[in-house]
Write a protein that binds this ligand. Structure first.
Ligand code: SF4
Length: 314
């Protein structure tokens, strides 16, 4: 049965003729939204997102040479794990944790190049905030295009609603996101956009997701990564959850929101993720989330039953 939305695996197969696996690395970047008293995003627990197989690798690395050694170590670990589990030797290099363009141009160049030297890689993927994409950084990223088949930046937008961005402590607006996308696209760099499908915040409803889909269509992001609202330990969101100010949507409600979002999303945009798989040890709620595979199966069934497709409401 053909999928009713544009899947990431289908996109990789079509573009590269094979499955390609990301090796996520933590190059010990920090985040401007945590420094200088800004406080950070209300959902961020300061623990860097990383693949399970990278737990404990290179965590003490602080100086540039230590960070570079750690990245090489993480790449070796990732290659070994992916080859053993999936039998694949086609990898993309993914600078994943925190704000991966928040450093001097000299350090960024060394860190990206030293990672690429451990290749070959299909794509270089760099995750960052919209306010950390400058002309110089875009030029630097573009200079790696001849070493990989694509350079991609993953931008955290989270929502198209300005009031919600303030409430979430993002400290950037949608205009900043638009400008970053424009800058990246003009240099031939791919753009993936992180968003949060939120339900449970006061004054929040599914129309916010629809507006976000329309914004993504308008700017022409290549892909979207969906983040379900869940509560992590030691976050502002945990306080809001404990005081009853915030609730967490059931997986059925989350799925219903995804269906609405997808029906409003341009079918040319790849859906690179439907749900986050944050480890249970960091979660307050939901403690026992529905497994990813069940979410994927259920979503396909909901689209099939309703006769819906990505973009059919446009
Ligand atoms: S931008 Fe990312 S790393 Fe920085 S505070 Fe927000 S979620 Fe955390």
């Amino acid at each position: 049965m053909a999928e009713r939305y544009t899947t990431y695996s289908g996109y990789l197969q079509e573009r590269y003729g094979r499955a390609v696996y990301r090796i996520g690395v933590d190059a010990r970047f920090t985040c401007p939204n945590r420094e200088g008293g800004l406080g950070g995003c209300v959902f961020c627990d300061e623990v860097a997102s990383k693949a399970v197989y990278q737990e404990g690798v290179g965590e003490g690395a602080k100086d540039l040479e230590g960070r570079i050694r750690s990245v090489a170590e993480q790449i070796a670990r990732g290659k070994e794990f992916i080859t053993r589990r999936y039998g694949s030797e086609h990898f993309s290099l993914y600078y994943q944790s925190h704000t991966n363009t928040y450093d001097s141009i000299g350090n960024l160049r060394r860190i990206y190049q030293s990672g690429l030297d451990e290749g070959p890689f299909v794509e270089l993927i760099v995750s960052t905030r919209p306010d950390c994409v400058t002309k110089e950084i875009v030029e630097l990223l573009a200079s790696f295009k001849d070493q990989v088949q694509a350079v991609v930046v993953e931008l955290g937008l989270e929502s198209s609603d300005e009031r919600l961005l303030v409430r979430l402590g993002r400290n950037h607006d949608t205009e900043c996101y638009r400008k970053s996308v424009e800058l990246l696209r003009s240099a031939g760099i791919g753009v993936y956009t992180h968003i949060i499908i939120m339900l449970g915040l006061p004054k929040e409803d599914s129309s916010t997701g629809v507006k976000t889909a329309h914004l993504l269509n308008e700017v022409g992001t290549d892909a979207v990564k969906i983040h379900d609202l869940h509560i992590l330990r030691d976050t502002v969101l945990e306080d809001w959850y404990e005081s009853g100010e915030v609730t967490v949507a059931s997986s059925e409600r989350h799925l219903a929101s995804i269906v609405t979002f997808l029906r409003n999303l341009d079918p040319g945009i790849v859906v690179a993720r439907l749900i986050c798989e944050t480890p249970r040890t960091r979660r307050v709620a939901p403690r026992f989330p529905t497994p990813k595979q069940q979410i994927i199966t259920r979503l396909s069934a909901l689209l099939e039953e309703g006769g819906y497709r990505q973009g059919d409401l446009l």
